[in-house]
Design a protein around this ligand. Structure first.
Ligand SMILES: Nc1ncnc2c1ncn2[C@@H]1O[C@H](COP(=O)(O)OP(=O)(O)OP(=O)(O)O)[C@@H](O)[C@H]1O
Ligand SMILES: [Mg+2]
Length: 264
């Protein structure tokens, strides 16, 4: 109880007593969860257990039937769709499994899109978007169409688009689900380390224990309830052996390594 209070006190996003049913299917049966600035939270659990529903309720994509969602201490679950839509655009970023980029737009304009939707001029938005390409190992890819990018590169463009508006929380539903193991590890490494550096909270739904290990904390959903919570041992998050072994490096990469190893 105490530890829950401590967690929620520093939390940027809190879900409390969340319930959600679809007809007779109870997808969420009373879930309490929170995430702090710069913290990465993995949500795991069997298929159909309610992970995406939980993410959608936290992100204002769907409204819970009962319970509360607080962003920076403010109730957001009761907002109407126009306000929720603005909230998603300005305070949240999203990364999905795949297919989220517009195929007819070059990579830089895909990243600039949320800024342009917010009223920033195309020139300024693209300029700001391009600043994200080198740190995400995408230098030189600015003008490529999504069809000219590898799966891992496309996911890094999607991460840039999620980050470009300086959101408070990034939601990622199976962000590595369409990638091979090594590329997936590189993508989650980048997502966790970049959000940590920006002080952005990260909520990741995943089936992959390796992806969860990369995050600071893991919660498990079963039948719409959180059944388990384990904090990643200090020092283990972001130092997953798989990706580093594959590259022949040890420990957390330096910024220089991070840039170099994506320059393929
Ligand atoms: N829009 C919907 N209409 C009806 N039922 C739904 C809807 N969305 C989810 N459900 C049901 O709610 C339950 C939880 O679904 P949810 O998508 O949250 O599971 P999940 O844990 O994300 O599964 P997966 O790992 O397969 O993505 C499931 O029984 C699902 O069939
Ligand atoms: Mg799902």
């Amino acid at each position: 109880m105490n530890s829950h209070r401590t967690t929620t006190a520093s939390a940027v996003l809190v879900g409390a007593g969340l319930m959600k049913s679809y007809g007779l299917t109870r997808a969420l049966a009373g879930v309490d969860v929170s995430v702090s600035a710069g913290e990465s939270l993995a949500i795991m659990g069997p298929s159909g257990s309610g992970k995406s529903t939980l993410l959608h309720c936290l992100a204002g994509i769907e409204g819970p039937d009962a319970g509360q969602v607080l962003l920076g201490g403010e109730r957001v679950d009761q907002l109407g769709e126009p306000h929720r839509s603005e909230l998603r655009r300005t305070r949240f970023g999203f990364v999905f499994q795949s297919g989220q980029l517009l195929p007819e737009l070059p990579a830089d304009e895909n990243v600039a899109l949320p800024l342009m939707l917010g009223g920033i001029s195309r020139r300024q938005a693209v300029q700001k978007a391009r600043e994200w390409f080198p740190p995400l190992g995408l230098a030189g890819m600015e003008e490529r169409r999504p069809g000219q990018l590898s799966g891992g590169q496309a996911q890094r463009v999607a991460i840039a688009r999620a980050l470009v508006g300086s959101p408070q929380v990034i939601f990622a539903d199976e962000p590595t689900g369409a990638l091979d193991q090594i590329t997936g590890m590189e993508v989650i490494d980048l997502l966790v380390t970049t959000t940590r550096r920006q002080g952005t909270a990260l909520v990741v739904v995943t089936h992959d224990e390796d992806v969860a290990r990369w995050c600071d904390r893991t919660v498990r959903v079963r039948d719409g309830r959180l059944s388990e919570e384990a904090r990643t041992p200090d020092g283990a998050a972001g130092t997953n052996a798989v990706a580093h072994a594959a590259r022949g490096t040890a420990g957390r990469p330096t910024g220089h390594d991070t840039d170099a190893r994506y320059d393929r």
